[in-house]
Every structure is written in structure tokens, then in C-alpha cells.
Design a protein around this ligand. Structure first.
Ligand code: SAH
Length: 226
């Protein structure tokens, strides 16, 4: 899977993508992550990419020209196939395990990050395939949402997680939240690990985990069971 991120702040991605699972996935060549710097497509001596919005609203808006040119340039890196273009937006479809699973089937994804008050609607109409939101709140830019998408999608690509960390046991994989988990010590501050988990009886453990997952899902996220 190849991710190409279109952003004014490529530097923001350095640390989050340079550790642990994502770093390993890049090293194993299971994913690659490239950047298109929107600043390179700015105009004038200051390579400006934003301007005042029509209608007199306060704040700045990203101009259509630099955005369309940057997305065109990002797509041109993929010879032979057409990547889907995602726009990270609070107005988009709520991101979910189901959408991450769908994206994990793609060969490549271009992810456009907005800044300021957002992006001129004409640029979005011209180049965006899907708008994706990470929740009903407004962040200062699409970079953190893009990181969340790259991370969640990468985890679902075969080989990215080691055997011991399979995504199959995570919340949402089978429509349920994951059951509670415990590690050593067996007793902590007077609270013991449930007996069943140290019984060594694998079949009973699975049954307990399944029942507990259903119970926890019913309590915390009843909407998932509907
Ligand atoms: N004026 C816009 C918000 C702009 S926030 C509105 O009210 O809809 C600036 C940028 O941050 C957006 O263009 C988008 O790329 C990103 N962003 C902010 N909140 C987000 C969210 N919840 N999910 C995904 N992207 C978000």
C-alpha cells in the first residue's frame, strides 16, 4: 500500500511514523508513505496558498489552484493506476473499522489535509473521491486525522502486525469491543486476575472472553450490537 499525503506540514508526520509498527511496516516494504508539500504549489514570492474567503467571513481559506495542482502532482506519482483521493474533513463520513478495512484493499491512497478555515469548495469538487472525518469536533488541520487513517489502515494489511499482535483480537474486528485483559502480577492492590484466565483451560477462556466481550459491548457501546 502506498500512501501519498498532501499537506502544508510534512514535518508533523516525522515522529509518529518513525516508531514502532508503522516504521517496521515501511522497513518491510509493506507500506510506503510519501509527501506532497502544498507550499511547493503556492503562488507569488511567498508561495502563498491561502486567501480571504468571499462573503466576508473571518479567517483564511486554501485557494483552489495550489490544492488542485498538488493533488494532480501527487496522483502523477502512481504510474499505471488511479489512487482514490481522500479529504480529511469534519464534514466527512465518520471513520470506522469498516472503512479502514475497505481502504486496506486499495493499492494506494492520496490523503489531502486541509488547514485554516478549510479548502475552496471548487478544489474539493474537482479532486476529492471521499471525505473522511475522525469525529464530531474540529481540529486545526487534517494532519492528525491523516495519521489516524494511515495507522488504522496499515494495521489491517497482512504482515504489518506480528503474529502475537493480530488485529483479530482488537475491538471492532468482529463487531464487538475487546474483553478486559490482564498481565502480571496475578494480584495487584488486592485485585485478582479472573480465575478463569489462569485456569489453563483454553476452551473455557475463549468462551469467557466472548461472553465478556458481548457484555462489555452491551454496556459501553450498545449501538454496535444493533
Ligand atoms: N471550517 C471547516 C473546518 C476547518 S478545520 C468546517 O467548519 O467544516 C481545518 C482542516 O482541519 C479541515 O479542512 C480538515 O482538513 C481538518 N479537520 C478538522 N477537523 C477534522 C475532523 N474532525 N476530521 C477530519 N479532518 C478534520
Amino acid at each position: 500500500m502506498i500512501f501519498e499525503i498532501v499537506t502544508l506540514f510534512p514535518g508533523m508526520f516525522e515522529s509518529p511514523f518513525n516508531d514502532s509498527i508503522i516504521k517496521r511496516a515501511v522497513e518491510k516494504e509493506l507500506i510506503s508513505i510519501g509527501f506532497t508539500d502544498l507550499r511547493d504549489f503556492g503562488t507569488g514570492p511567498r508561495r502563498s496558498v491561502d486567501d480571504y474567503p468571499y462573503g466576508g467571513d473571518p479567517g483564511m481559506l486554501m485557494c483552489p489552484g495550489p490544492v488542485v495542482e498538488a493533488v494532480k502532482s501527487a496522483k502523477a506519482k502512481f504510474a499505471g493506476h488511479k489512487p482514490k483521493v481522500l479529504f480529511m474533513s469534519p464534514q466527512g463520513e465518520p471513520f470506522s473499522h469498516a472503512i479502514a478495512t475497505e481502504f486496506a484493499q486499495e493499492k494506494s491512497l492520496v490523503i489531502l489535509c486541509g488547514r485554516y478555515k478549510g479548502i475552496d469548495q471548487r478544489a474539493l469538487d474537482l479532486c476529492v473521491d471521499r471525505e473522511i472525518s475522525v469525529g464530531d469536533f474540529v481540529l486545526s488541520g487534517g494532519e492528525i486525522p491523516a495519521m489516524a487513517v494511515v495507522d488504522a489502515v496499515s494495521r489491517l494489511i497482512p504482515g504489518v502486525l506480528g503474529n502475537g499482535e493480530s488485529a483479530g483480537q482488537d475491538s471492532f474486528f468482529d463487531g464487538l469491543l475487546s474483553p478486559p485483559q490482564y498481565t502480571r502480577p496475578e494480584e495487584f492492590e488486592g485485585i485478582k486476575v479472573p480465575d478463569i484466565l489462569i485456569s489453563g483451560h483454553h476452551e473455557n477462556i475463549r468462551k469467557w472472553q466472548k461472553e465478556t466481550a458481548v457484555e462489555i459491548t452491551r454496556r459501553k457501546r450498545p449501538d454496535l450490537l444493533r
